[in-house]
Design a protein around this ligand. Structure first.
Ligand code: SAH
Length: 214
């Protein structure tokens, strides 16, 4: 299946109907073909609004959730963004069209390698992907204007809060349970942090340490 004009129209319509209304976000999502990030058996379902399985037992997020998280970050073209949970690389590719620089990390090397290949193929030169435990952030590149965590944590990880610039925004799914979490937007001020609860979501958990794959 190719991401042709009609499919794009349906895809964008479904995003808008789920509350993704920011024109810049919609334009970025129109440019990045999700099928490139969903290989194999499920690739013909790439334009449906559902999460799909990828390698290493992980999932590529639902497009409307990708759109809503990106919208909540209010990215400006000068921003340096950290994504924790590269997964397929789809979310990072969208961020890269909106931000100056994107750093993305995943605990599975195999996912990082596959995502890097797609970034190269698409000429997305402002993304750097690393294999790392993202709960510690990326101290060498900190601080960040925006941080997006695409795996669920019990609490917003302390090192990530510390690596957020003043005026910066972090979006993170937070919750005790594996079945449903709450998407939280954290805004850093001079004197502390503000927390907004955005909506219920379902993400794979943030897991400590690097994966065993090579
Ligand atoms: N943003 C991805 C979907 C992420 S799925 C996309 O667009 O496709 C969540 C990812 O978080 C998984 O790939 C998982 O390996 C990763 N992950 C879980 N715990 C992590 C940690 N501590 N550090 C880095 N990545 C982690």
């Amino acid at each position: 299946m190719t991401f042709d004009a009609e499919l794009k129209m349906q895809f964008l319509f479904s995003l808008r109907s789920k509350g993704v209304t920011d024109t810049k976000v919609l334009t970025a999502m129109e440019k990045i073909d999700r099928a490139l990030f969903v290989r194999g058996y499920f690739s013909d379902r790439a334009y449906e609004d559902m999460p799909l399985p990828i390698a290493c037992g992980q999932t590529i997020s639902q497009p409307s959730v990708v759109g809503l998280m990106t919208q909540a970050l209010q990215i400006s073209p000068r921003d340096k963004v950290l994504e924790v949970g590269t997964g397929s690389g789809y979310q990072a590719a969208i961020l890269s069209l909106l931000a100056r620089r994107v750093y993305t990390v995943d605990r599975h090397r195999r996912l990082v390698r596959a995502a890097r290949q797609i970034f190269d193929d698409l000429g997305l030169v402002n993304i750097t992907a690393f294999a790392a435990d993202g709960s510690f952030g990326l101290p060498d590149q900190a601080p960040f204007d925006r941080i997006l965590v695409t795996a669920a944590a019990e609490d917003p990880p302390g090192p990530l809060l510390a690596q957020l610039k003043i005026g910066g925004i972090m979006v993170v799914p937070v919750g005790q349970s594996d079945t449903v979490q709450s998407l939280i937007r954290v805004t850093r001020h001079e004197t502390g942090f503000d927390y907004d609860e955005l909506r219920p979501v379902r993400f794979v958990p943030l897991v400590e340490g690097l994966g065993k794959d090579t």
